[in-house]
Design a protein around this ligand. Sequence first.
Ligand code: NOJ
Length: 524
Amino acid sequence: MAAAPHASWWSDAVFYQVYLRSFADSDTDGIGDLEGLRRRLGYLEQLGVDALWLTPFYRSPMADHGYDVADPRDVDPMFGTLRDFDELLADAHRRGIRVTVDVVPNHTSNQHAWFKSAMAAAPGSRERARYLFRDGRGPDGAEPPNNWVSVFGGPAWTRVPDGQWYLHLFTPQQPDLNWDDAEVRYDLERTLRFWLDRGVDGFRFDVAHGMAKAPGLPDMDPRAAQEYRTSEQGKAYDPRFDDDGVHDVHRMIRKVLDEYPGTMSVGEIWVSDEERLARYLRPDELHLAFNFRLMLTHFDADALRTAIERSLAVPRAAGTDATWTLSNHDVSRTVSRYGGGAAGLRRARAMALVELALPGAVYLYNGEELGLPDADLPASALTDPRARTLGPEYGRDPERVPMPWDGDLPPFGFSRNPRTWLPTPPEWAGLTAERQLADPESTLALYRQAIELRRTHPALHAGDELEWYGAPAGCFAFRRGRGGLICALNTSASSIALPPGEVLLSSSPLVQGRLPPDAAAWLV
Ligand code: NOJ
């Protein structure tokens, strides 16, 4: 049976994604860590978030900044110790903040003990069976086993000295696991229990539409290579992702979570077909699934309305809750995506109000609440493997720059070490948390007020159905439930009259009672 809406703490929670490398550095190596985060929990408590999502902090050679895991049941010394983790968890719980952690089941690091032994073993061995080793094509096996490409560019296969090839949908340092292997499944169960027994409140599953691959590993439609992370994704045949076999893995995961009441899961699922996406939310699979449609939509009221309506169809079909996000560590920040500069910031603020007015869970990305743009980084500073393989414009460093906390000079309290893993732009002096806490008009103040209202105002709990109003071209307005909150958005070039009601909050000051361009308002 489908869960009743809002039955659980995560149903309408505000989650805050902590990109740990960039949050706060306590040990002066220029890289954020668990203790740095613990010391900043007061800020998150004031912001009003319900739960955290921590990006991977497990043992890793960091070829993909921690998404290449060498030991999923230990903390990398770069981020601290298991004791630091336990203290962070206890402190967060004392403050009423839940903690969820990333899990990376699709692949391991090439420095994982399993992969090292697979490399040392012979073709056909037990050691190789945990990964996807295959013979090549062509008379001497010199061609990759199929035409799959890596999400990070180039072939998804790397050849090893004895002539076999192994599959990696991401970097060559991230070999894909064989999910038909019983030990691979059992090991994930061990990892989940390891963190659940320590007290975590849930997991974010990386590449949750990966893991299972189409039987026989048939060739992909090369056009699918262009589709990953676009709204077109899912049109061309792509046997790398969203294979039906993946649902077995999710059922296995859910069985474990069901033994720990009150814990939850959210999947990173780049599947744009609503019907396919809803399958991951069946009652014995994931609790939540990221829907990236809103994030992939440009700042246009009609397109945004369509994105919202299509996104809402997914949880409705599945009997679960919607999951909204506008940014994360893999995509350009909202301020920059919506055009950059003052207009980009106005639009990002407007979209924050739209997102926080919607029914369901909301995921914020650290720095979004400060209105940070992508940083303009010199080529020499880039560290992301995607920038190396696909070209600098595909790199994700600009949206991963350390948080500016306080002071007037980089790295703005992020670290006592001036050499941080990515440089912080000097022009962020006006964007620090310290400055914004003192400014009632700041983006941080807007987020704090919106989150507070979302938590406490009855109009935001009036119902989950959206009723759309007639609105001028380039604008929309919806009401949440009977007598509920009205959210109006203006993406047009002219100011508009607002629907009748009392204005609770607006993303830009009203002009003679009218909503200016690039703005949103909440009314009751
Ligand atoms: C998605 C993660 O968010 C991204 O940062 C990572 O590179 C890939 N999965 C591979 O693990």
